[in-house]
Design a protein around this ligand. Structure first.
Ligand SMILES: [Zn+2]
Length: 134
């Protein structure tokens, strides 16, 4: 197993309320030249969590940090005009908290981050530090 020291949260940068699937993201990422979907877990609007790339495999989601991280993505992140917005549904919020807790048990040394801590991006459009690091 790879050494995991970071859990990095993303949004799909899609508009509020619009449903997309692992298959959609897989298609987008392949179009960008990735082998397959770059995230390890995807949280749908209804709070269901779906597997992307296997956790044992290097992700493709955060330049410079893929080797030792797990990437998770919630569907959303943009308002209806395409501007960054925390669009998480209550169910997505609960699911994210559960997913992150589970990963922290599995990888006790891992710290939780937003993509925007490592890149000049809005992603994941909420303050991960405030919610997941005290
Ligand atoms: Zn991101």
């Amino acid at each position: 197993m790879r050494r995991i020291d970071k859990i990095i949260i993303h949004c799909s940068a899609t508009k509020e309320g619009q449903h997309f699937t692992v298959e959609d993201i897989d298609r987008w990422h392949k179009a960008r030249g990735f082998a397959k979907i770059g995230y390890h877990h995807v949280v749908y609007l209804d709070g269901s969590v779906h597997k992307g790339r296997n956790e044992s495999l290097l992700g493709a989601h955060c330049l410079g940090h893929n080797a030792t991280s797990v990437g998770i993505c919630y569907i959303g992140g943009l308002d209806e005009n395409g501007r960054p917005k925390d669009t998480r549904t209550d169910k997505q919020n609960e699911a994210l908290t559960r997913l992150v807790s589970g990963l922290q048990i599995k990888y006790p040394k891992a710290t939780v981050h937003g993509h925007n801590e490592f890149a000049a991006k809005a992603c994941p459009c909420f303050d991960v530090k405030k919610e997941f690091r005290l």
